[in-house]
Ligand binder design. Structure first.
Ligand SMILES: [Mg+2]
Length: 193
């Protein structure tokens, strides 16, 4: 099992000017490592829609890499998006699924299919250009450059240690939200046009 913060440190080093879309608990982890918050768009609330949102972003900005940190529970709510992504085949989309086996935001309940379902196999069958499954940090670090420097759509399923939200975190203050992040990024894309 992989510590997702350690995994994300490697991705941050390789991100360049990629836009990063982290959902739910991945956003907590990513917020600890990101060096370009203006190019981060956290997606919460619209559970399951991270993959659809990232696909739209990748299609709208084909010259910008889009790195999505999806969740297993989230992807399960939008499995059809695997087929949609494969069909549209954006070369700039890198779809990570942080497979922790639980709904970490709501207290750690098991997701269906835990220990049984292999998301990388599903993405491969859907037609993604490249698919990977990792359960060891060193293996990922060794291949991270390859993963992130090839045409997509790329899919990575990572078995990660659950980071279950504690009840007191709910009162700990709000994080940057999707509408603010979208507004900031629109300004940036308008500037580079
Ligand atoms: Mg999960």
């Amino acid at each position: 099992m992989i510590d997702q913060v350690e995994m994300m440190k490697t991705i941050e080093k390789l991100r360049g000017d990629a836009v990063v879309v982290p959902v739910f608990r991945a956003n907590i982890a990513w917020s600890r490592v990101t060096n370009n918050v203006k190019r981060d768009i956290p997606v919460g609330g619209a559970m399951g829609k991270g993959s659809s949102f990232a696909l739209g972003l990748a299609l709208a900005q084909p010259n910008t890499k889009v790195i999505l940190f999806d969740g297993d529970g989230s992807l399960l709510m939008n499995l059809g998006s695997l087929v949609t992504v494969a069909n549209k085949a954006p070369k700039n989309l890198y779809h990570f699924v942080m497979d922790n086996g639980v709904y970490a935001t709501t207290g750690g309940q098991d997701v269906p299919g835990v220990g049984l379902t292999e998301y990388a196999d599903m993405a491969k069958a859907a037609g993604y250009a490249h698919t990977y499954g990792f359960d060891d940090l060193e293996d990922f670090v060794t291949r991270a450059d390859e993963v992130l420097n090839q045409d997509g759509p790329v899919f990575v399923a990572a078995k990660v240690v659950p980071d279950i939200r504690l009840p007191e975190e709910r009162a700990a203050g709000r994080q940057r939200r999707t509408p603010e992040a979208v507004r900031d990024l629109l300004e940036e894309f308008a500037t580079v046009r």
